[in-house]
Design a protein around this ligand. Structure first.
Ligand code: FAD
Length: 565
């Protein structure tokens, strides 16, 4: 039996992507003692380090801009469902975070000495800053890691899988965890806990995510009593790489190509097709993600797809010199994959990429549960039914900074939190469970769940498919059972899979249930049996976990652009 470890801190930050690291920095600078925990390596485990190019922010360095224009575009894209207070914070505070990152040496690309911005679909002017064609996320992560390392008051712990939040008297007082490298159960006592665990796209067969993005934070918050909003809105990135096989490159790498060179989206017959779906592309990249996803899927369904079931993306009209001038070394990496863009198109298809829904939070990033805050992609509502390109990294930075500040304010002057064994007992029993090492094939169960989500809870949904998905998710939950399998030793993948599946199945059920209840089509949620957008559905869906079931209710979106206090 491995000994339980105890850790005491003032602020626990769960997840060290852009949101978690910014939160940790801000909380520590405001005087709090911080524990920054991640199930992976610090600053390398989630989406931030994978993000490629764009960070949307109204700097107006070259083209006049103002955060109110950015807000206008964000609300338009959100199709009436944005929490306007959160959207406003994202747009209004984005420039300040980008300048702070600049001071920290991130290296935003510049023209004439000023930070330059590029155009992206859905934005009314060039508004997306970047570091390099494929290097923005790594640079953001590296910069934040360096600041975390220099900031006193932050302890870091990697390989720590947070399995449950601990609650006492209606407050979150810390968490329970599994230390992956030793198999040791861990309890963390904290006066404030920030969930910054990113999104859920690992639920889908084709996704742009790392294996750490199975929706842990949503499940942790839900089980602790916090409501989730807008869970039906999963964003599919329309032009994820499909074929030929690409090794050592990112599946969403075609986005920067389209920003710079336009490119032509063609169906299997070599025809441009987006005009059939109400868009004018004409070689320029103006189509928003939900419409592009719709157009590609519909062409495939109509029998006009590319050989592997997507669309062609062609840069054959671009001379090599233009491609090289725009993407130099990337062209060589493509050549290593036997791809010559001057001679051939590539095949692309939608891929699960981002989640608009998440934990409900106020302007301070506080949830309904005292002691529980949230930041980054884990927050629901800022982007409504559809996110604009570049808004996700901005959201991570802005909400992370806010959450860190609020957490530090909460803990200042609070008495120390004595460890309450009862608060963590049930969760600790699971981590330390002495179980039979065998059990169902957990890796196969994850594949089956991903197939269910892709086939029946994908970009296009029907009642029949959603009901089938819910029944299958329930079957998988029955198969998973209440007790973890595996032997609980160091790096026990079966036990890790069990905890992952517990969260993934819960979150998958919320997504499917919310999608079934929303009988209209809006943004990223498209119901083939309810094709239109309906005024009565201009409501958010709020999900709660009550006595072992998910309850959904409708609530009007938080309106009014009142300044956050
Ligand atoms: C390939 C790719 C490209 C993208 N490109 C762009 C782009 O160009 N522009 C843009 O705006 N957005 C982009 N996005 C989206 C954007 O990167 C994310 O929304 C954003 O970075 C999320 O930041 P975050 O800090 O909230 O979460 P993440 O960066 O995902 O970090 C979450 C962290 O939480 C940890 N974690 C999760 N569960 C647990 C647990 N139970 N216990 C402990 N730790 C846990 C993970 O290991 C991870 O390190 C992209 C996403 C992907 C996947």
């Amino acid at each position: 039996m491995i000994e339980t470890m105890h850790v005491d801190t003032e602020v626990l930050v769960i997840g060290s992507g852009g949101a978690g690291m910014y939160a940790a920095i801000e909380a520590a600078r405001s005087g709090a003692e911080v524990l920054l925990a991640d199930r992976s390596l610090i600053g390398r485990g989630g989406a931030t380090v994978m993000a490629q190019m764009t960070v949307a922010v109204a700097l107006g360095s070259h083209t006049p801009d103002h955060w109110t224009h950015h807000l206008h575009d964000t609300l338009e894209a959100g199709r009436g469902l944005c929490d306007e207070t959160l959207s406003r914070l994202l747009c209004e505070e984005g420039p300040d975070c980008i300048r702070q990152m600049d001071e920290w040496g991130v290296g935003w690309a510049r023209k004439d000495g000023r930070i330059t911005a590029t155009m992206a679909p859905g934005h009314d002017r060039p508004r997306c800053v970047y570091v390099d064609f494929l290097n923005t996320g790594p640079a953001v992560s590296k910069t934040l890691r360096a600041v975390v390392n220099k900031t006193s008051g932050i302890r870091k712990v990697g390989d720590l899988l947070i399995t449950d939040l601990a609650s006492h008297d209606g407050e979150v007082v810390g968490a329970t965890a599994l230390h992956l490298t030793t198999g040791a159960p861990v309890t963390v006592v904290a006066k404030a806990t920030i969930v910054a665990t990113g999104g859920l796209t690992r639920l889908y067969r084709r996704n742009s995510a790392s294996a750490n993005m199975g929706g842990d934070g949503y499940a942790l918050a839900l089980r602790a009593g916090a409501p989730l909003v807008d869970m039906e809105f999963v964003q599919f990135f329309p032009i994820g790489h499909l074929a030929p096989r690409l090794i050592g490159m990112d599946p969403i790498m075609w986005d920067p190509f389209r920003y710079k060179l336009g490119g032509r989206l063609l169906n299997g017959l070599g025809q441009e097709f987006t005009s059939r779906y109400g868009s004018r592309e004409d070689g320029a990249y103006v189509l928003t993600r939900d419409l592009a996803t719709y157009a590609i899927v519909k062409e495939v369904e109509a029998g006009r797809g590319s050989p592997h079931g997507g669309a062609y993306l062609s840069f054959e009209h671009c001379p090599e010199s233009e491609l090289r001038a725009a993407f130099g070394p990337v062209i060589d990496r493509l050549a290593n994959n036997a791809i010559d863009l001057t001679k051939m198109p590539v095949e692309v298809a939608p891929i699960a990429h981002y989640h608009m829904g998440g934990v409900a939070a106020d302007a301070h990033m506080e949830t309904e549960i005292p002691g529980l805050l949230v930041a980054g992609e884990a927050v629901g509502g800022a982007n409504g039914a559809n996110r604009l390109s570049g808004n996700a990294v901005t959201e991570a930075l802005v909400f992370g900074r806010r959450a860190g500040h609020s957490a530090a304010a909460r803990v200042a002057g609070m008495k120390s939190q004595p460890f309450r064994a009862r608060a963590a007992k049930a969760a600790l029993d699971l981590v330390a469970a002495d179980s039979a090492p065998d059990g169902p094939n957990s890796a196969d169960m994850i594949l089956r769940l991903q197939a269910i989500m892709a086939d029946d809870v994908g970009p296009f949904r029907t009642r029949e498919r959603l009901e089938r998905a819910i029944a299958r998710i329930d079957d998988l939950a029955g198969e998973l059972g209440e007790r973890p399998f595996g032997d609980g030793q160091r790096f026990d993948m079966r036990r890790i899979d069990w905890f992952d599946l517990r969260n993934m199945l819960l979150v998958a059920r919320v997504v499917a249930q919310a999608a079934l209840r929303r009988t209209e089509s809006r943004g990223a949620h498209q119901r083939e049996d309810f094709p239109g957008m309906l005024p009565e559905w201009r409501v958010n869906q709020v999900a709660r976990w009550r006595e072992g079931r998910i309850d959904l209710v409708s609530a009007p979106p938080a309106q009014g652009l009142a300044a956050a206090q």
